[in-house]
Design a protein around this ligand. Structure first.
Ligand code: DP6
Length: 329
């Protein structure tokens, strides 16, 4: 029996990963850049044992159905191949996120699974190779191996596509991200399906690709200069461009709900009133507000005039993956 456990924190992209050039290897069309956060994480244990006759996956105490288990099983098969192991596994995951918020993240989930497997099977992967492995589970997971600001270098092959931390002199510790949790009952289009449809059909997609490298260069300069306005303006603009591409997909779609627009407008007005803050959004209606730590409480107070306090969660920069010997049974 081989067992291991890992904890990985979620990350939010400030320059988005949006589109794959290789679906099987999960090679992205563009580099992306994220901030790992402390507020939301996944803990995953894995046990490989002779006695198991199939893979099993438990999430938050509940045995998962065939579809959810298949995604995990596909990843385990990759691991088995790489580690030369033929045993089935039991995977037990717990998401530490506000409940019912639609925030369960594939980034923290697949990064934690990769880390737990690395520990259990004593694969002794370097951080770079662990990032490459996590990428095969979910693209954004490759960034959750590291803490703070992280860039995913798109690469041209399995060997060259991985994330690495960006030197920032710990500036991220002065920042915060406020999550505005919006539950809109809309049927979800996963990021995987959304980006696939966009790449295949959106006439705006080439415009996204044309401008993303420049955004990346500028945001890296802003990080080096600790220029919060620069960081926020580029991140907000990049998120809007990503979401713009979905409007020209066939059929078109959007992740925005009326409450998302309310939140975006509030962020603009709080900013115009003198408190610097900027929003970003991913493949769902929640809005994430980037601000300086010193202003977070005042911004939350403003947001509370419209949103319930239960909808607002403040997170700060978080660490890289942590692994543990043994497993939760
Ligand atoms: C909008 O990493 O969830 O959050 O690689 O298909 O698993 P797959 O997609 P995923 O996509 C994340 C997209 C995003 C932007 C980002 O995190 O960079």
């Amino acid at each position: 029996m081989y067992e291991g456990k890992a904890r990985a924190y979620t990350n939010i992209a400030l320059i988005k990963y949006w589109g794959k050039k290789d679906e099987e290897l999960i090679l992205p069309m563009n580099n992306s850049l994220s901030l790992t956060l402390d507020g939301f994480y996944t803990e995953t244990s894995v046990i490989f044992a002779e006695e198991f006759s199939q893979d099993e996956f438990f999430l938050d105490g509940i045995k998962q159905n065939a579809a959810a288990t298949q995604k995990v099983s596909r990843f385990l098969s990759l691991v088995r191949q790489q580690a030369d192991c033929s045993l089935y596994a039991k995977v037990t995951s717990k998401n530490f996120v506000p409940t019912a918020a639609g925030l369960a993240s594939s980034a923290s989930g697949l990064a934690a699974l990769a880390g737990a497997c690395n520990e259990a099977l004593q694969m002794n992967l370097s951080e770079k190779d662990l990032s490459r492995l996590a990428r095969r589970g979910s693209g954004s997971a490759c960034r959750s191996i590291f803490g703070g600001f992280v860039e995913w270098e798109k690469g041209i092959s399995d060997a060259t596509s991985f994330a690495q931390p960006i030197a920032s002199d710990h500036w991220e510790d002065e920042l915060a991200m406020i999550f505005i949790l919006i539950n809109d009952q809309q049927k979800d289009i996963s990021s995987r399906d959304g980006m696939k449809r966009t790449v295949a059909t959106s006439s705006f997609y080439p415009g996204w690709l044309d401008s993303v490298d420049e955004d990346l260069q500028k945001i890296k300069e802003a990080i080096q200069k600790k220029d919060f306005q620069g960081l926020g303006e580029i991140a907000e603009g990049n998120a809007l461009k990503m979401h713009g591409t979905t409007l020209a997909a066939v059929p078109p779609f959007t992740y925005w709900s009326p409450q998302s627009l309310t939140a975006m407008n509030m962020v603009r007005s709080i900013r115009n009133d003198g408190l610097p803050c900027y929003f970003t959004m991913d493949a769902g209606p929640n809005v994430k507000v980037l601000c300086e730590r010193k202003n977070a409480a005042a911004i939350v107070e403003q947001l509370q005039t419209v949103f319930d306090s239960g909808q607002l969660v403040t997170a700060y920069a978080g660490p890289g993956i942590q692994t543990f010997k043994g497993a939760d049974k």
